[in-house]
Ligand binder design. Structure first.
Ligand code: P6P
Length: 340
C-alpha cells in the first residue's frame, strides 16, 4: 500500500527548529503565523472574481497607486497575524508610508521585525493572473521592550534571518529560507495545509529564459539592450536564442525562473533611474531566496544583499536568477560603462 507521507509546513518548521539547539520557537511561531495569514489571503483571492471585493477600494497607497481592495485586505491580514504571533515588534509594508510600530506589550518585546509586500502584482488580479506576497524577517537592532524604530527596518539584506514568498497561482505555494537552503510548500485545500512539495530547491546555474518588460526597451541602459540582443542571437552551443517569458508579476516570473533556470530583469531606465522594484520588501527577500538556492541577485554592479537601505520605499535596479546569467548581465553593464 502506498503511504502518502505528508510533511506539513508546521511539521517542517518544528523539525528544522531542532537544528537550532538554542532556538526557543520564536521564529517558528512567526513563520507559522505567516502561513496562517497566507491561507486566509488565498481564500479571498480564490473567490475574487465572485464577490464584490474585486476592483478598487477607492483609496490610494503611499506609492500613489490606486489600492485594490485585496491589497488592503492582505495588508490587514498579515499585520494582524504578525501582531498576534507576539514575536514581531513592527512591520514595514508597501501599503504604509511609515513603519507600523506595535505598542502591545507582548509584541514590543518581540525579537523580530518584518518587511512585507502583502500583495505584489495586485493590478493583475482583475485578469486572473497570479500574484504574490513577499516577506523578509530581521532581528531588531533596538532593545527588546522598547518601541521599534526606523533603523530596525533599514538593515542590509544580508542580515535577513528568513525570507520568502507566497505565490497565489494555479496552486498556492509558500517558498522560504531561514538561511539553510530553500524549501517549497504547496497548499492542499482539501486539508488546509501547506505540504512540502519542493524540498531543497536549487537554482540551475544556467537557463534559457529571460524576463523583462521589453516595452521599456528604448529607455533601457545600453548594456541591457546589448544583453537582450545577446539572448536573441543564434548560438547552438549556449542554446540561444533564449525564450522571453514575462508575466508582470515579480513572484511568478521569479518562481518559474528559480525552478527552470532563467533571469529576471527590472533595470533602471531613463524615466526610473532606480528601476521600479522596492529594495527592502521586494528585492532583498527575493535576492535572499535566489542566493540560498545557489543563484544570484544584483543591482547590476553589486550583490543586492550588500546595499545599505536609506529609506523604506527606495527602489533598486534588479537582476535575479541563475548565477551565470546574472553575471553575464553584469559583464554587459560593465562593458557599457564609459572608460573611467
Ligand atoms: P511593469 C507588479 O506591479 C510589480 O511590482 C512586480 O510584481 C512586477 O515584476 C513589476 O511590477 C511589473 O512592472 O512595469 O513591467 O508592469
Amino acid at each position: 500500500m502506498n503511504s502518502y507521507k505528508v510533511t506539513t509546513l508546521n511539521d517542517f518548521i518544528i523539525l528544522k527548529q531542532k537544528d537550532f539547539p538554542f532556538a526557543k520557537g520564536e521564529l517558528s511561531s512567526l513563520l507559522h503565523h505567516i502561513g496562517t495569514a497566507a491561507k486566509m489571503v488565498n481564500k479571498k483571492i480564490s473567490k475574487a472574481g465572485l464577490v464584490d471585493i474585486i476592483g478598487l477600494s477607492g483609496d490610494v497607497n503611499i506609492q500613489g497607486e490606486s489600492q485594490q481592495k485585496l491589497d488592503v485586505y492582505a495588508d490587514e491580514v498579515f499585520i494582524g497575524a504578525l501582531l498576534s504571533s507576539g514575536e514581531c515588534c513592527g512591520i514595514a509594508t508597501e501599503e504604509n508610508q511609515n513603519e507600523i510600530v506595535f505598542s502591545d506589550p507582548l509584541a514590543e518585546n518581540g525579537k523580530y521585525v518584518v518587511c512585507i509586500d502583502p500583495l505584489d502584482g495586485s493590478s493583475n488580479i482583475d485578469y486572473n493572473v497570479s500574484v504574490g506576497t513577499i516577506f523578509s524577517i530581521y532581528r531588531r537592532i533596538t532593545p527588546r521592550g522598547e518601541k521599534v524604530k526606523n533603523e530596525d527596518f533599514l538593515q542590509e539584506g544580508s542580515k535577513q534571518v528568513a525570507a520568502g514568498y507566497i505565490i497565489y497561482g494555479s496552486s498556492t505555494m509558500l517558498v522560504y529560507s531561514t538561511g539553510f537552503g530553500v524549501n517549497g510548500f504547496t497548499l492542499d485545500p482539501s486539508i488546509g495545509e501547506f505540504c512540502l512539495s519542493h524540498p531543497d530547491i536549487k537554482s540551475p546555474e544556467d537557463g534559457h529564459i529571460y524576463s523583462v518588460n521589453e516595452g521599456n526597451y528604448l529607455q533601457l541602459p545600453q548594456g541591457v539592450k546589448s544583453y537582450l540582443k545577446y539572448c536573441q542571437e543564434e548560438d547552438e552551443v549556449s542554446g540561444r536564442p533564449y525564450t522571453s517569458r514575462y508575466i508582470g508579476s515579480l513572484v511568478s516570473d521569479f518562481h518559474r525562473n528559480l525552478l527552470k533556470g532563467g533571469v529576471f530583469l527590472y533595470p533602471g531606465n531613463v524615466n526610473m533611474p532606480e528601476g521600479k522594484l522596492r529594495l527592502v520588501y521586494e528585492c532583498n527577500p527575493i535576492a535572499f531566496i535566489a542566493m540560498q538556492a545557489g543563484g544570484a541577485a544584483s543591482d547590476g554592479v553589486r550583490n543586492i544583499l550588500d546595499i545599505q537601505p536609506l529609506s523604506l520605499h527606495q527602489r533598486s535596479p534588479f537582476y535575479a536568477g541563475s548565477k551565470n546569467m546574472v553575471s553575464k548581465i553584469e559583464s554587459f553593464l560593465v562593458s557599457d560603462q564609459p572608460e573611467s
